[in-house]
Design a protein around this ligand. Structure first.
Ligand code: AMP
Ligand code: TRP
Length: 327
């Protein structure tokens, strides 16, 4: 079976963009892949985090993983900092990455642009991500479109290391969905839906109440034309809502647009509220059960042991190949 690896940062507010772009694929892939899903707390400290909140957010994401249908018996679920191999491999890859290629990463450019000085960790973020992936001999990485550049860098690093040292790493492929791969902010469909945007109505979090979901969708930016039609360039707001509708319902955007032809935005938005509420309600019910349970901690401990066993072998192989250590 092919190996799948992916990760989500424990930074709160997991939204429908995360779900439709990445998390939903995680569940589907379990059917015929050997899956490893990580909570990447080491990535999250590239931005300031409150220690108490960080601990809670780690458990929130773990509980969400299980609530959406990730089965800890079939897949490995664990926290990145519980497995030392991520930091070890990251350093080795850092020494083989170029500052030029890292400074071209759009995420780094965006996150550092208004700062007088940025943490070096933010600059090295994609190298740690490459270490996460290569540590498990990963074949497939399901992520949202915004991670494309990081996956390319991971592939480049794997190829580079293989060229230098022999057969060190599996070269992984990204897996991106057609609809949902890039969910845009509801108040500004030209920027992606994000966990950290100040306006809470710009996103729909997986744990939002039906009232909040309704308000967010009814307020969502559209245009004055009044026609439900998919046209990203001229109608980015409506197209984004169509995309979300399509991803939740499994229906084609054209088919959905045809259903609302001539009926304005009201009915379309109302139905989208219903579809979204129906999709998140069962997730929220499970979440309530799991979040406070001891079982959650047991699952993460077991996951760290299983991930640790796989990663130790890779770290040993890599260290041997580069000539590290004395014992
Ligand atoms: P992060 O919150 O940055 O850890 O992202 C977790 C996963 O969600 C990654 O695979 C991202 O590519 C994906 N993701 C984040 N924001 C969006 C979005 N607005 N649309 C689609 N996918 C997203
Ligand atoms: N950088 C990813 C994001 O922000 C999270 C991540 C870290 C990741 N390590 C990973 C995703 C490894 C896939 C594989 O979304």
């Amino acid at each position: 079976m092919k190996r799948v690896f992916s990760g989500v940062q424990p930074t709160g507010n997991i939204h429908i963009g995360n779900y439709l772009g990445a998390l939903k694929q995680f569940v589907e892939l379990q059917e015929d892949h050997d899956c490893i899903y990580c909570i990447v707390d080491m990535h999250s400290i590239t931005m300031p985090q409150d220690p108490k909140e960080l601990k809670q957010h780690i458990l929130d994401v773990a509980a969400l993983y299980l609530s959406i249908g990730i089965d800890p018996k079939r897949s490995i679920v664990f926290v990145q900092s519980d497995v030392p191999g991520h930091a070890e491999l990251s350093w080795i890859l850092t020494c083989n990455a170029y500052t030029g290629e890292l400074s071209r990463m759009t995420q780094f450019k965006q996150k550092s642009k208004d700062k007088e000085s940025a943490p070096a960790g933010l600059f090295c973020y994609p190298v740690l991500m490459a270490a996460d992936i290569l540590l498990y001999d990963t074949d497939v990485v399901p992520v949202g479109n915004d991670q494309k550049q990081h996956i390319e860098l991971t592939r480049d690093l794997a190829v580079r290391m293989n060229g230098k040292y022999g057969n060190m790493f599996v070269v992984p492929d990204g897996r991106f969905l057609k609809s949902g791969a890039r969910v845009m902010a509801l108040d500004d469909p030209t920027s992606k839906m994000s966990k950290s945007a100040p306006n809470a109505f710009s996103r729909i979090s997986l744990l939002d109440t039906p009232e909040k979901i309704k308000k967010s969708i009814m307020k969502a930016t559209t245009d004055s034309e009044g026609e439900v039609r998919f046209d990203i360039e001229n109608k980015p707001g409506v197209s984004n809502l169509l995309n979300i509708y399509s991803a939740f319902s499994g229906r084609d955007v054209e088919d959905i647009a045809a259903q609302y032809a001539g009926s304005g935005y009201g009915a379309f938005k109302k139905d989208l509220v219903e579809i979204t509420v129906d999709a998140v309600t069962p997730i929220q019910q499970k979440y309530e059960e799991i979040r406070q349970s001891q079982e959650l901690l047991d699952i993460l401990k077991d996951g760290a042991e299983r991930a640790g066993a796989i990663s130790e072998k890779t770290v040993k192989r890599v260290k041997d190949m580069i000539g590290f250590g004395a014992c």
